[in-house]
Ligand binder design. Sequence first.
Ligand SMILES: [Zn+2]
Length: 264
Amino acid sequence: MDLRIIALVVVAVFSISASYAAPPKKKLLLVTHTAGFRHEEGIAVGEKTLVEIGSITGSFTLEMCRNADDVKRMLTPDYLNANKFDGVIFNSTTGDLGIPDLKAFLEWIKGGKAFIGMHAATDTYHGNADYLDMIGDEFLTHGAQCTIEPLVQDPKHPATVQWEKGTKIHEEVYIFKHNDRSKVHVLLYLDKNPNDGRPVANQPGDNLLAWCKAYGKGKVFYTAFGHRGDVWTNEAIRRHMLGGIRWALGLAKGDSKPGPVLKP
Ligand SMILES: [Zn+2]
């Protein structure tokens, strides 16, 4: 064969393999251990949904951390580093999970990793100031499931950029202890109590639903959604979650400065 033809074939094969080479996938640990109430449906449909949106988009792969033994073995900086995890997802974890060294785990996130929390991730480690500081607020209560029309605070963020105005979601809607906008970058919120329309305690007329924040060099994304199975399969919520996860993993850019703080 002519040398020039061989060279052309080599270049062609190289170009094809280069164009088909998948971008480096990120790797997340999905934690679903519960030491309190267990959201069976939200955890099961959530796992299926997260595996799906990770693989369809080629953004991330997941490994599972499902029980107390898994938590003890996997939620340590040594294990997470040795297995090259880029972050963790806490989907409706509850209570004191038994992380061997919670401070060391939080330092690991601060070092530049992603923490993504759904629904009862704020119903986890109650009273632990370090964990609550990391996630941004603490679950207080909820009323009956109801239909809400979330308001978008930051329409440019990957977690909300595709959110269509007027989208309605039927869900068990969390009410938080603080709704403190000076601590988190607000993404979705309600301007009234989800159940009775009255002003919300602590910060009248403000009920946060999703936010993000910087945590040292790490990134935290939290969304209150994820109780009902059909919320997990709702297209608006899938896009919201995927956008938030991609942001936390550094695959998409978005603001994380706290606020905006509402004037009384
Ligand atoms: Zn719930």
